[in-house]
Design a protein around this ligand. Structure first.
Ligand code: FAD
Length: 310
């Protein structure tokens, strides 16, 4: 059994495990894929103090740092269920999909999130070659160019406003007949000179020249006509889904499925903490996930020294 067991091996989980191991407590990580979303990330330019790196390179560095400590990494394992301790201070159980059960006095959940995809031809092929999901991360790569934002909810219109300050022109494509974003964001977007909004637009294909995005194709749902837009980048903003399905009925989640945390990254279950993109923190970034992981490990350590074993 462990003192601190991390579920999820991305930036949040790695940071938490290192902080915990440095306290000399028995620490383990269960991860479906060590590295998490970093494995799908091409360039990273906002990991402060590292001017420019790639996702796979950062994963290597995380792995090297984790291996410096006495941390059991149980990779290629998916958690299926978390079972609360019978008494406070007792062992919390994490059941794996293969039926094994791992026990720990404290648990940190950092299973991350995934961007909802358009599922159209070209999207996967051009991911990182013009198809992007994170305006904070990739916006500056499109300086002076034309881009599209797919989705007219709050995140889509926030992205359009953000990008309009950097790029030449933004076209927002919304599937519905109206935008779902807050009125104040819509007003701001409409007041900017370089944002066009197209409603009733169903994106059907990402177009490219084999190495980079060159445009997109959409169908006007009112007329059925197909149109082409020439551009260099496509920001897909149709939802970020937390990987928390396996937690339903255990820790408290928001209606969107994000784990609700407090100032020590604690959940509603004693001894269970959470950090990173799977939680209700508003901004999802590598540096934020790592900071949160560190905070959760310190929160858990504080819990362990104050909670006697029953
Ligand atoms: P994740 O990285 O999502 O890791 C989750 C971990 O949990 C993984 O190990 C996963 O395998 C595991 N897991 C999930 N479910 C289970 C389960 N049931 N059992 C066991 N393990 C499980 N951020 C930046 O700051 N800068 C960037 O440039 C940047 N670019 C990005 C580009 C792309 C294409 C994407 C997708 C994201 C990008 N981000 C960027 C966002 C950044 O990657 C995330 O904010 C960060 O990875 C979140 O870390 P995390 O540890 O919370 O979760």
């Amino acid at each position: 059994p462990y003192d601190f067991l991390v579920v999820g091996g991305g930036p949040a989980g790695s940071a938490a495990a290192i902080y915990a191991a440095r306290k000399g407590i028995r620490t383990g990580i269960i991860a479906e894929k060590f590295g998490g979303q970093l494995l799908d990330t091409v360039g990273i330019e906002n990991f402060i103090s590292v001017t420019s790196t790639t996702g796979p390179k950062l994963v290597q560095n995380l792995e090297a740092h984790v291996t410096e400590y006495d941390i059991d990494v149980m990779a290629n394992n998916r958690a299926a269920k978390v079972i609360e301790a019978r008494e406070e201070g007792g062992y919390i159980s994490v059941e794996l999909e293969n039926g094994a059960v791992v026990q720990s006095r404290s648990v940190m959940l950092s299973t991350g999130a995934r961007w909802r995809k358009m599922n159209v031809p070209g999207e996967v092929e051009y991911a990182g070659k013009g198809v992007a999901y994170c305006p904070h991360c990739d916006g500056p790569l499109f300086k002076g160019k034309s881009v599209a934002v797919i989705g007219g909810g709050n995140s889509g219109i926030e992205a359009a406003i953000d990008l309009a300050g950097i790029v030449k022109h933004v076209t927002v494509l919304e599937f519905d007949s109206k935008l779902r974003a807050d009125e104040v964001l819509q007003r701001k977007a409409k007041s900017m000179g370089n944002i066009d909004i197209i409603l009733n637009a169903q994106t059907t294909e990402v177009l490219g020249d084999g190495s980079q995005v060159t445009g997109l194709q959409y169908t006007d749902r009112t007329t059925g006509d197909s149109h082409k837009v020439e551009l260099s980048g496509i920001f897909v903003q149709i939802g970020l889904v937390p990987n928390s399905e396996f937690l339903k009925g255990t820790v408290e989640l928001t209606p969107r499925g994000e784990i609700i945390i407090g100032a020590h990254n604690e959940t509603n279950i004693p001894g269970v903490f959470a950090a990173g993109d799977v939680t209700n923190i508003p901004y999802k970034q590598i540096i934020i996930a790592m900071g949160q992981g560190a905070n959760a490990a310190l929160g858990a350590f504080d819990y362990l020294i104050r909670t006697p074993v029953p």
